[in-house]
Design a protein around this ligand. Structure first.
Ligand code: FES
Length: 104
């Protein structure tokens, strides 16, 4: 079974907002709130490692703050260059006031 880790409080990420989370040296998560539903994908851009959670969110799409690659935060799908690879997508659940992500 996947292990869920608490990464944020519900109140920290309003609808339409992102949060960049560094869980440890190797694990970064881009957490997004879209109309009250939370989504999480890899936080380190597959292009050159830009922090996706510090980018811009428009609809379902996050734009990397470094060179503007685009990813769908609901699936990790690559939507625009210069990145060439998608991001991993993680399961998310809300328990009480905690947002938890399964990093498997
Ligand atoms: S690091 Fe994200 S587009 Fe270059």
């Amino acid at each position: 079974m996947a292990e869920f880790k608490t990464v944020a409080k519900v109140s920290e990420v309003e609808p339409g907002q992102l949060k960049h989370i560094e869980l440890d040296m190797d694990t970064q998560v881009c957490l997004a709130n879209i109309d009250g539903t939370f989504y999480a994908i890899g936080g380190e851009c597959t292009h050159m490692g830009g922090p996706l959670g510090e980018g811009e969110l428009e609809g379902n799409v996050v734009t990397c703050p470094w060179h503007s690659a685009e990813f769908d935060v609901t699936s990790g799908e690559l939507k625009g260059p210069p990145a060439e690879e998608p991001e991993p997508a993680y399961q998310v659940r809300v328990v009480g006031d905690d947002v938890q992500v399964a990093l498997d």
